[in-house]
Design a protein around this ligand. Structure first.
Ligand code: NAD
Ligand code: SER
Length: 315
């Protein structure tokens, strides 16, 4: 029977992915872990343990305790926070991956999921419809750790036969938790501020176009990739995921369909430089061809879902 360990389950992705996996495979079969407490939903609806991914023995003991078969390793320091303390972020992002990959081999784990990011691309990458195979010269410590992580995942697959799978997520938009310190966080914050205060000061310029995705699509892609037969998973570094591309001005205009008086001002900070080095849109043709990927949410559908869910949550 499948027993899944999620590391970093209290974060933006874990807060949605944990519930989805519990619904699919049974609550008792999904072990959520993090260094901090999770949402009420994640902590109450199935096993939850405090676990530091830097503690290799701790991971091993949870694997033994629950007879884990698969691992989703979500713990990381995201792009904005990583730039504030680059060596600390590099250490966590890389050491945690080595801990998980090495333990996966020792404990004969069947499958590992580790997310990469569009942050693995850089300013020399073709910015429009970025292909799967292309120039990758990331300029952030986050991007460098994702690019190196991709290479290591492919190395462990080829050298040790570890079934490790990965997606290059675009910016993810969701409502269950706050975003975790990335460059695309504005696209979550703007909804909360619009609903609570009717105004928002954006840390990117109004015309900064970035690839984004609603969390329901990201979770669906993650589970589809992990459930695909191994011979369909041809890319063992990380698959591009495209989603939808929009600017802060475009998302603000869409939100104004629900909150007509929303005021948005623009005060770009250090994250503007990061955003400027990332693609404007991404081609996920390889994911479409290999395991049938297709996203569902466009900007209007995502905006409607965000507004409805946040309004209900804040009631
Ligand atoms: P997040 O910051 O919201 O969550 C990460 C979680 O990891 C947090 O709950 C944090 O407490 C936990 N964590 C940090 N250090 C830990 C440690 N030492 N031990 C155990 N847990 C620890 O991030 P997220 O948005 O959920 O992202 C998850 C993964 O997806 C990351 O690898 C991230 O780079 C990647 N990703 C996210 C996005 C996005 O837009 N959210 C986009 C691309 C890639
Ligand atoms: N959303 C992430 C970030 O901004 C992209 O990997 O860091």
């Amino acid at each position: 029977m499948k027993k899944i360990l999620i590391i970093g389950a209290s974060g933006q992705i874990g807060s949605d992915l944990t519930g989805e996996l519990r619904g699919k495979f049974g609550s008792q079969n999904i072990i959520a872990t993090d260094i901090k407490k999770a949402t009420h939903e994640v902590m109450e609806n199935g096993p939850f343990e405090i676990l530091d991914v830097m503690d290799k023995k701790g991971i091993a003991s949870i694997i033994d305790k629950y007879k884990i078969t698969d691992i989703y390793h979500l713990a990381a320091i995201l792009s904005g926070n990583a730039e504030k303390n680059p060596k600390w972020a590099w250490n966590i992002n890389m050491e945690s991956l080595f801990n998980v990959l090495d333990i996966a081999i020792e404990k004969k784990i069947e499958k590992v999921f580790w997310p990469s990011s569009m942050g693995a691309f850089g300013s020399t990458t073709p910015a429009i419809n970025t292909p799967q195979l292309t120039i990758m010269e990331p300029s952030t410590v986050y991007g460098i750790s994702k690019q190196a992580g991709e290479r290591w995942c492919e190395y462990y697959f080829k050298k040790y036969g570890l079934d490790v799978r990965s997606l290059r997520y675009p910016g993810l938009i969701s409502w269950k938790t706050e975003a975790g310190g990335g460059t695309t966080d504005y696209a979550v914050e703007i909804f909360y501020e619009a609903i609570k205060n009717g105004k928002y000061e954006c840390f990117l310029s109004d015309n900064t176009s970035l690839p984004m995705m609603y969390m329901a699509d990201a979770v669906k892609a993650t589970i589809m990739l992990m459930e695909a037969p191994a011979d369909k998973v041809k890319v063992r570094s990380s698959y591009n995921l495209g989603g939808i591309s929009f600017t802060p001005k475009e998302i603000a205009d869409e939100i104004r369909k629900y909150i007509p008086n929303l005021l948005v001002s623009y005060k770009p900070d250090f994250r503007q430089v990061i955003a400027d080095s990332w693609p404007r849109s991404i081609s996920d043709e390889a994911a479409q061809k290999d395991w049938g990927w297709k996203h569902e949410y466009d900007l209007p559908k995502m905006t409607k879902a965000m507004i409805e869910n946040i309004r209900e949550k804040l009631q």
